[in-house]
Design a protein around this ligand. Structure first.
Ligand SMILES: NC(=O)c1ccc[n+]([C@@H]2O[C@H](COP(=O)([O-])OP(=O)(O)OC[C@H]3O[C@@H](n4cnc5c(N)ncnc54)[C@H](OP(=O)(O)O)[C@@H]3O)[C@@H](O)[C@H]2O)c1
Length: 216
């Protein structure tokens, strides 16, 4: 699959590297073209260039930039993004004395803002729940279970396309409903990151009911 990545940092490197290793045609785009070239070299991506080049390259575009920036770029490149699948992995979290809070207030989502800014794009929220280091595992499997990647999207074809990207790197996609539910994934990330920072293991908070003994 052709994938354009907006950003040259940690998530661009980790996901771009995983997708390139899985055989996808990845192009890294940055506002700093030298940084884009360095990230492309680190990841094995086939190409690099500016942000417009990345927005024009992909069937899928990954927004791997700060949460406040993603809707701005979506607006700037709305024409290029029309008809394409845009993956939003951003987390709009702000550290405060009371822990992490959402810059959106939890009422809407960054994914929703991207969709508003680029009305022709098919936005998929996903890849935001794990630390970037997880995507460098090949494959990301824990206790024998492939990593699950929740996805929210309104467009079924865009969802299916991103689910294929998930499975191509050895993970399992979990469709979680429409884009209106992206705010839940952003809030879940705020919860998980807050728990990691406090030394807790948020994964331990979600056992399946199937693991509990049933009353006779
Ligand atoms: N790191 C993680 O573990 C992790 C996990 C899940 C989700 N996320 C989310 O993924 C997104 C990217 O995180 P990251 O860790 O990859 O960040 P990062 O390493 O700081 O990289 C951010 C990238 O965004 C670019 N950027 C910043 N402001 C920009 C602007 N105004 N216009 C164009 N490009 C701009 C930066 O370019 P310059 O170098 O030129 O500044 C850089 O390439 C964030 O929204 C974050 O919440 C991160």
């Amino acid at each position: 699959m052709r994938i354009g990545i907006l950003g040259t940092g940690a998530m661009a490197t980790a996901l771009g590297g995983a997708w390139a290793a899985a055989g996808h045609d990845v192009l890294i785009g940055g506002r700093d073209r030298a940084a884009a070239a360095r990230t492309a070299a680190r990841t094995g991506a086939g190409g690099h260039g500016d942000l417009a080049r990345a927005a024009a390259h992909g069937e899928v575009i990954l927004a791997a930039v700060p949460a406040a920036v993603a809707p701005e770029l979506a607006k700037e490149y709305a024409g290029l993004l029309a008809g394409r699948t845009v993956v939003d992995c951003t987390n709009p979290v702000i550290p405060t004395d009371d822990g992490l809070v959402l810059s959106t207030g939890g009422a809407g989502s960054v994914a929703g803002l991207i969709a508003q800014a680029a009305p022709g794009a098919h936005v998929v929220k996903g890849f935001n729940l794990c630390h970037e280091s997880i995507w460098t595992l090949s494959p990301p499997v824990f206790e024998g279970v492939p990593l699950a990647v929740p996805l929210c999207a309104d467009d079924p074809q865009a969802l299916a396309r991103v689910a294929r990207l998930v499975t191509s790197i050895g993970c399992t996609a979990i469709p979680c409903g429409g884009l209106v539910r992206a705010a839940y994934l952003e809030a879940t990330a705020a919860f998980a990151i807050g728990a990691w920072w406090s030394g807790a293991q948020p994964r331990a908070a979600f056992p399946s009911p199937a693991e509990a003994p049933r009353a006779a």
